[in-house]
Each structure stands twice: as structure tokens, then as C-alpha cells.
Design a protein. Structure first.
Length: 392
């Protein structure tokens, strides 16, 4: 591909990414892959260069661009070399029209800044979009971290999680045999810390209410193989991924598919029975924008409002399931106050006898009744986590 053709390819992909963000379609990564699957003539250098252009344009556009061309023109306004590639050549983008301008540069959507936790000051914003490292969680039920570190080139232990290894961004490890053998999982260090916040103990009854594909349930099972872990979710497809993952890891996890609206009825036999209930709630995902920066374009005030209400409902579903003296752990991969400290304060307003307990790991900063991890301060994805203990 010529350099101009690469720019045109990036524009076409960006158009699809924008449409997908509007229609709640697949993520940018999947769109890039699909694009090249249909264009086998593009070599690996072309793919890498186009992908680079696409993500550069996404990262610098806080608000959703009108078109892929406007997004790329924004890049061109900052880079003369790219500007020169808008040359009207056969496979390249049309030449710049008089008065045509690109999407303005911004780190965050304009309406988001006032919504963030006060800890996420402006000097923290660039880190929200910087390339993330690749973190692995070792299945410590089977191997020690020390034994696994030599298996991955460039790996070092994570600082805060005792189960993690950190590799440089863009490391390719998917074909490593340790995955098929269930010895490691890809999991951000922040996510590992949420499992740690559950303080899993031998013999405990643990419910992971919003288990998804089971990332945290698997971390809990690896930490305490003798715990009785139940993973529930309303999403059949996500929950279906847990079975094979658990089998690979040699973990025993019971799975419960829930109907939205009937969760309390379906979980009634767990009333007052759980040592720990983890509510890893659906959220804006604002703490993970460094991994999927186009997530900024998917979030709207209406969507945020809906998810905040769902979080409150899930907390109220979870509370009666906790046994006296047991704990409810609430987590979101979000940096937005309404999904973090405010949500936690509102929970305490409705359940005033519950006691706040600090989470058992270093790192993060106190944020209302919980702790906030941020990419700049902790070098993890952004997470809010709070631990509430039910009075005896
Ligand atoms: C942040 S994700 C969970 C990620 C997962 N814990 C992990 O570590 O991979 C939130 C999950 O909540 C689920 N969810 C949404 N509404 C729910 C409900 N009413 N009851 C239970 N789970 C729900 C979503 O399907 C989604 O999988």
C-alpha cells in the first residue's frame, strides 16, 4: 500500500468505528481485524501502520468525530507529513477542500470532566489515554509467580498484586502454551486487586453477582481453591465463556444465569448465606479508555444515568445475600464520581448500619468510602472499589 492508501484505509476504518460507537456495535480492534480479513493484499507493515493511524486519530478526539475523514484531518493538522498524503492520488484520500477542518484535539468528551472524581485532576488525563501494558495473572493454584516470570520475555512482577506479571504494551503472547494449560490469564493488575479486595478465605461462600466471562471469579478460585464460588450474570454469551476457562484453570465454579428483574427471586436460597458478594457492576468503562479509547464516544449522559441506576439496584440485590459479618465488595472500572464514591455513599445512606472496611492492598487513594486506582497514580486501569461489612 502507498502511504496515501494507508491514510485512506484508516479513514474507512474510522467511519466504521464511528458508526459502531453510535449503534453499540463491535469495538475498534474487531473492526480493524475485520477490515484486513477482507483485504489479504495488505502486508503486516501496512496493517501495523494503518492501525497506528486509526488509534492516533481516536486518541486525540475526545468527542466523537463527524466522519473518519474529519478525524484523520485532525491528525494531519498536527503532522505535515500526514497532511501531504491528502493528495488525491488513486487509492489515497481526496485533496483538502477549501475551508475543510479536522476534529479538534481533546483528551476527554467535553461533558465528562465535571463528572470525574475530584482525584482525577487534569494532569491525570493524558495517562487515561496512554497505551496500557499487558498484565497477566498467574494461576497461583498451579504455579508460583516466580516460576512463571522466566516464561515471558520482558516480564516483571506487578507492584501491587501478588499474582501478576507485567509485559510491555503490544506484547504478543496469545500463542504461549501457558494459556492453553490454564496457567495464566490476561488480566489488568487493577482487576486482580478487586479480587484481592474480597479477602477470599478457605471454605468461604462467595457470590460473584456480575461475573461476566469470569475474570474475577477465576482469580478468586485460584487464590482459594477450597472456596465455594458461584458466578452469576444476565448475559448468557459472556457467562458461557466461563466454563471452558474454569476447566483450563482446573477451577470449580458454579454458574447461574439470571433474568434481569428476577435476580432476587432466583438467588433467594443464598439470603444471608454469603461470606462475600462481589458486585463488579456494569459501568461507563471510563477507567479502561486507555485500552479502548473509542469507549469515550459510546458514553452519553443518558447511558451514564441508566448504568448508575442499575448499579444501585444491583447493590440492593446483593446486600441481603451477605451473612452477618460478611462483606459486600462493590467495584467499577470507572473514574466517574456517580459510579464510585457517590454510589458508595448512597448505599450507606440506604444501609446505614453497614460498616466500611478498607481494602487489603497498598495503592490507590481514599475516595469517599472507597479507594480509587488511576492509571497515573497506580499504573493500573482506573477502578473504584469499596468494601462494606454487614453488622452481626
Ligand atoms: C464489569 S462487567 C463484569 C466483568 C467480570 N466481573 C470480569 O471480571 O470479567 C459487568 C457485568 O454485569 C452484567 N450484568 C448486567 N446486568 C446485570 C444484572 N441485572 N445481574 C447480574 N449481572 C448483570 C453484565 O452482563 C456484565 O457481564
Amino acid at each position: 500500500m502507498t502511504p496515501s492508501a494507508r491514510v485512506q484505509a484508516a479513514i474507512e476504518i474510522l467511519d466504521e468505528v464511528i458508526a459502531s460507537a453510535r449503534d453499540d456495535g463491535p469495538p475498534a480492534d474487531a473492526i480493524v481485524q475485520r477490515y484486513f480479513k477482507a483485504r489479504r493484499y495488505a502486508g503486516s507493515k501496512d496493517r501495523r501502520a494503518v492501525r497506528e493511524l486509526v488509534y492516533r486519530a481516536i486518541r486525540r478526539s475526545g468527542d466523537m468525530p463527524e466522519t473518519g475523514r474529519a478525524a484523520m484531518l485532525g491528525v494531519a493538522e498536527e503532522d505535515e507529513e500526514i497532511a501531504g498524503l491528502f493528495d488525491g492520488s488513486v487509492h489515497g484520500p481526496a485533496a483538502l477542500r477549501p475551508g475543510e477542518t479536522g476534529t479538534p484535539a481533546a483528551l476527554l468528551p467535553s461533558w465528562i470532566a465535571p463528572q470525574l472524581s475530584t482525584l482525577v485532576t487534569e494532569d491525570e488525563w493524558p495517562a487515561l489515554l496512554e497505551r496500557a501494558p499487558l498484565d497477566l495473572r498467574i494461576n497461583i493454584a498451579r504455579r508460583s509467580r516466580e516460576a512463571m516470570v522466566a516464561e515471558f520475555e520482558g516480564a516483571g512482577p506487578t507492584w501491587l498484586s501478588p499474582w501478576g506479571l507485567r509485559l510491555p504494551a503490544d506484547s504478543r503472547v496469545d500463542n504461549h502454551p501457558a494459556f492453553a494449560q490454564g496457567l495464566v490469564e490476561v488480566q489488568d493488575e487493577g482487576s486482580q486487586l478487586i479480587a484481592l479486595a474480597c479477602k477470599p478465605e478457605r471454605g468461604a461462600q462467595i457470590l460473584d453477582l456480575c461475573a461476566g466471562a469470569g475474570g474475577k471469579a477465576l482469580a478468586l478460585a485460584a487464590a482459594v481453591p477450597k472456596a465455594a464460588i458461584i458466578a452469576s450474570d444476565t448475559n448468557r454469551a459472556r457467562l458461557a465463556q466461563l466454563g471452558p476457562r474454569a476447566e483450563r484453570a482446573g477451577a470449580t465454579i458454579a454458574v447461574r444465569l439470571l433474568d434481569g428483574g428476577r435476580e432476587s427471586v432466583q438467588l433467594a436460597e443464598l439470603d444471608g448465606q454469603c461470606d462475600v458478594v462481589l458486585v463488579d457492576a456494569p459501568c461507563s468503562g471510563s477507567g479502561t479508555w486507555r485500552r479502548n479509547p473509542e469507549g469515550r464516544w459510546r458514553l452519553t449522559p443518558g447511558r451514564l444515568d441508566r448504568v448508575v441506576k442499575l448499579q444501585a439496584r444491583l447493590l440492593d440485590i446483593a446486600a441481603p445475600l451477605v451473612k452477618p459479618g460478611g462483606a459486600l465488595v462493590y467495584a467499577t472500572c470507572s473514574l466517574i464520581a456517580a459510579e464510585g464514591a457517590e454510589q458508595a455513599r448512597n448505599f450507606l445512606g440506604r444501609h446505614s448500619s453497614w460498616i466500611v472496611q478498607d481494602v487489603p492492598f497498598a495503592g490507590g487513594r481514599a475516595d469517599g468510602p472507597g479507594r480509587l486506582l488511576t492509571p497515573k497514580h497506580d499504573a493500573t486501569d482506573g477502578f473504584f472499589v469499596a468494601r462494606f461489612v454487614r453488622p452481626c
